[in-house]
Design a protein around this ligand. Sequence first.
Ligand SMILES: [Zn+2]
Length: 195
Amino acid sequence: MISISRIKRLICQQQNKPCVNLSNKIRPQKIQFKSTKDLFEYSKKRCVDALNLEKPYEHALIVDTKKNIVISEYVGDSKKCRLEDLNHLDLDKKNTAIIHGHPDSAPISTVDIKTMLDSGVYQVVAFNSRGEFSIVSRTPCEVKNINKKLMNLSMDAYNEHPVPHTLYNPFMHSMLSKHMPLMGLRYVSNYTCLK
Ligand SMILES: [Zn+2]
């Protein structure tokens, strides 16, 4: 049976309006952080704490790094976190970052990069349970056919996916290190398990 919240979401989608009753959205703390570093530390704690619970889950925040505020916050599950209203939010996109946790401790995924490109925000950050980061940012050197290049990277990552699975994170790290600069994007990580 279809739920009331699902009906509300469908109506919002049809009217192209932001939906206020998202099931996984929580009210963010209204804090004006003194610096972007403080905002980043707060967001990191929110994401990493969720990864260290008995039942770890993916937590996500959309933040404005100019005003140093959290725009919105979401609770996901052990595999993903939906940001359903991302494209309906009133964002200063050049100063907006998506910060989230990865329960599987993988670096930034091609889905994360696609979300960044499609939504127009400038950065996506993933944390693992140890609080290490993996970041992809846009630059003025972004290539014109970036979506095609990203799709190719996605397919290559899928086809060349290493076995056993424990090799996946270093594999993805090396793919990102090689391919992000070719797309005019910037990739940085301090994940220690990737080297
Ligand atoms: Zn992700």
